[in-house]
Design a binder for this molecule. Sequence first.
Ligand SMILES: [Zn+2]
Length: 116
Amino acid sequence: MTTDITIVPKIFVFCNSCQPNWHSATALTQDGFFIASHLCSNHGFILHDMGVHPTGWKRDIYDVHYPCGYDVVFEENPWDGSAEFKAAYEKHKSYTKEQYEEKMLIHKKHDGEETK
Ligand SMILES: [Zn+2]
């Protein structure tokens, strides 16, 4: 067993509201930030529209959050997700509002709200 592989952070994509014609897909980073979402008319579109596929959308947002690389993982059953997915959500809940908003500033660089 080799241990010299590079471990990259994960981004978990899941369908937060799975209705027949309405799929609210969301991306949660391993460090607990909800950085992207998309409404898909078909559950199967999520893989492309949320960048689970390397040529899909939202990858520009993911690049901002993890410039050194990442893996996008699709959580088919978020209500019974992987341990890593659950840990990411626990991480999300551990932040104060201020901590969360400060980190999310990197995703707002184009809307003129920067103060530094
Ligand atoms: Zn769905």
